[in-house]
Design a protein around this ligand. Sequence first.
Ligand code: SF4
Length: 345
Amino acid sequence: MTPSTLDILPTPLEYSALSPEELVERIQRRKAELNAVILGHNYQRVEIQEVSDYLGDSLGLSQEAAETDADVIVFCGVHFMAETAKVLSPDKTVLMPDLRAGCPMADFVTGSALRRLKEQHPDAAVVAYVNSTAEVKALSDVCCTSSNAVQVVESIPRERPIIFVPDRNLAKYVQEQTGRDNIIAWDGYCYVHDDMVLEELDRARKAHPEAKVVVHPEARQDLLAQADFVTSTSGMVALAEEHDSLIIGTERGLVDRLNQRFPEKTFVPLSGAAICGNMKLNTLAKLAWCLDHRAYEVVLEEEVRAGAEKALRAMLDLSGGWRPATPEEEKLELAGVQPKGCGCA
Ligand code: SF4
């Protein structure tokens, strides 16, 4: 359904002059008119999380959205995440509130640069972390998440070289876990996680000696080696339910969300500087504007969409498809026995 044009304002700037209550009211009204769902990534601002229908990491969100009968998906995250939603829901309209919300890690590798590397290593299989553009996914054999990367790499014959894009930290972790010496790692990284350092961890530990430390797998190896738990954002949420005190090594948005949800517990960021500015580009005003104007729409060429879907489905086939984890599986993940989830992505 087309939204009524009566009170549509021209730019997000005009919306930012409205009160938060009015913005929320507009968002709810337009959402109902358009039969839309709002997906909010774990790293979004708290006020965006509060109006989201689903919260989580990008692949889980995209899969949840594909299951709904919504006509419109509004993805409050970064560009590659909205692309993933479009890949899995080709018949739905996918919108994002700010087109500039990209992911610097995903942008480390372009389609043309990957094509050149593939020409230099024609026998190599290409594994793309889900934090990559649809174009890069379409040029890849299989996708992976931070939790199933080891399993995905191990499914490839040992003698076959692997081009792994774009996260060098995850590539290094996989290399250590599998003992393979034929992984050609792209030199990309997530600045939010790569910038966290041991000195910050030591300071946080001194201030909160009772707290367990949980770190996201996009961080550097020296930090992962010091952590009590290494897990995705979804895994961190589950850990927060079980522990009273945690030092959390990931983006601040998740720590804010956990503090809001568990005000009686102590959750502190490993690094106060761990803020993804790209994720924070989305605001309530832009979200209201986006719904009123049905913009910005994410459009993919069918060849790219289908290629990206093939690489994503190859990953899902390897990891037994997707469905919500049972409580027992959540426990196994926390124990490090059976990891799932996909971190930022
Ligand atoms: S937190 Fe890192 S990986 Fe996630 S969107 Fe921001 S830059 Fe990209």
